[in-house]
Design a protein around this ligand. Structure first.
Ligand code: IMP
Length: 423
């Protein structure tokens, strides 16, 4: 297999975990390049469900190396909890199969507090996961962040700078009647976490380049989705990292010409958690999924908003990410539909838009224009060959290919590993 990036074409939760899990079989190294424990990747393996937040889902495969890249923001205590949780389920996690970039920024307790405080007091909410992601990336860009090499390589220097920073934060917290942080207790916890994480900390850029020299293949597991990208998404209702394919390069130190393949993942319909525009939102469809126990967030348990497939989104995602192919997930989610509306373009003030507008206000005002395709009204969850899908399901997939100018190569028809049809 060639070096491959897997990217969500919507607002995250497209089922990337399962596609990555499938592609991992032929990869040697699985890299997580951006985001933090705001992500929740659900993978069902051997009948057991795993929800991964920071660790690449390649960890479920023996013999694969997993890398948390420099573009990730990592909460040391959350990561240790995740490692412990996997080990309890008898999944081997050790510095043999997990390495973390020495340059990865750390989510600090004050970042989490700030995230929660800002979100609670925002008049127009973003609906963040309150994991401290925005404030951590904010400090990174402001050049006042903490990186893993500092915590594990210079604990006393880290402790000193941490105390100064907590003093500054507590001054700020006092002005808004927030309880102060206990710097001593927090530093103790972080330093203990640093000791445990030290064997995992490495120059992962060197590791990845060495792996490529040895002819090993890399798989990049993008977190969130294109429309949560800080540049290309529905700003300001986005996360704080580059979730698009370029972010896989900057977040890992692997240059663009070493990437051979970009796989876009899109649900057969659309979902979104958190606030922000969603032109094809349909509450009836959402009710249907929620009653079936589907479409609850893997990280926060929140009900996902649901709607019809929006090809304006997938079309633009194919452009900005350079999708070579598409994986369509949860096609079986539409099994019960008599008819399936698909949004082909928007109308805004009498203009036809085939690509998303820049402004969130315009995004809220666009009118989705649908083409309605016939449903297949049958259970496709047991089908394993593309050509065995019902004619109307094949027509639905062909329509997506035509509108996005991207071939569909994988189709998900159920949650487990063997329920993905490879074309
Ligand atoms: P943050 O990343 O916690 O700052 O949240 C910003 C926005 O991104 C919110 O709307 C979140 O719900 C959304 N978000 C962040 N991570 C994910 C994810 O992994 N899946 C889906 N939505 C996400």
């Amino acid at each position: 297999m060639s070096n491959t990036i897997v990217i969500g074409a919507q607002w995250g939760d497209e089922g990337k975990g399962k596609i990555v899990d499938l592609l991992t079989e032929k990869a040697d190294v699985v890299v997580r390049p951006q985001g933090g424990n705001n992500a929740g990747h659900t993978v069902i393996s051997d009948g057991k469900q795993y929800i991964l937040h920071l660790i690449p889902s390649g960890i479920l495969w023996p013999g694969k190396l997993c890398v948390i890249g420099n573009g990730v923001v990592m909460d040391p205590c959350a990561l240790l909890k995740e490692i412990d949780g996997l080990q309890e389920k008898e999944i081997a996690v050790s510095p043999e199969n997990l390495r973390i970039s020495d340059r990865a920024h750390l989510v600090m307790p004050f970042h989490r507090e700030m995230d929660a405080f800002k979100e609670a007091n925002r008049v127009v909410k973003i609906g963040t996961t309150k994991r401290g992601i925005g404030p951590t990336y904010g400090d990174k860009v402001d050049r006042i962040g903490f990186r893993l090499h500092e915590l594990v390589g210079d604990p006393s220097g880290f402790a000193e700078r941490f105390h100064t920073r907590v003093t500054e934060c507590n001054r700020l917290f006092e002005t808004v009647d927030m309880p102060p942080l206990d710097a001593e207790a927090a530093a103790r916890e972080l330093l203990a976490a640093g000791e445990r994480l030290a064997p995992y900390c490495a120059d992962t850029v060197e590791i990845l380049h060495r792996a490529m020299k040895e002819g090993r293949t890399l798989l990049f597991e993008g977190a969130q989705g294109t429309y949560l990208d800080i540049d290309q998404g529905t700003y300001p209702y986005v996360t704080s990292s580059n979730t698009t394919s370029g972010g896989a390069c900057t977040g890992s130190g692997v240059p663009p010409q070493r990437i051979d393949r970009v796989v876009g993942v899109t649900k057969a319909y659309t979902t979104r958690v958190g606030e922000g525009p969603f032109p094809t939102q349909n509450d009836e469809l959402a009710d249907r999924f929620h009653k079936m126990g589907r479409e609850f967030g893997a990280t926060t348990g929140r009900k996902r908003r649901c709607g019809w497939l929006d090809l304006v989104l997938v079309r633009y995602a194919a452009m900005v990410n350079g999708f070579d192919e598409l994986a369509i997930t949860i096609l079986d989610g539409l099994d019960d539909c008599d008819e399936i509306p698909v949004c082909t373009h928007y109308e805004l003030d009498g203009r036809k838009l085939r690509l998303p507008p820049a402004s969130a206000r315009d995004f809220e005002r666009v009118v989705p224009v649908y083409e309605t395709l016939p449903g297949w009204r049958s259970d496709i969850s047991g089908i394993s060959r593309y050509e065995d899908l019902p004619a109307n399901a094949l027509a639905y997939l062909a329509f997506i290919e035509k509108e996005t100018e991207t071939p569909v190569t994988m189709v998900g028809v159920g949650p487990s590993r063997d329920q993905t049809i490879l074309r």
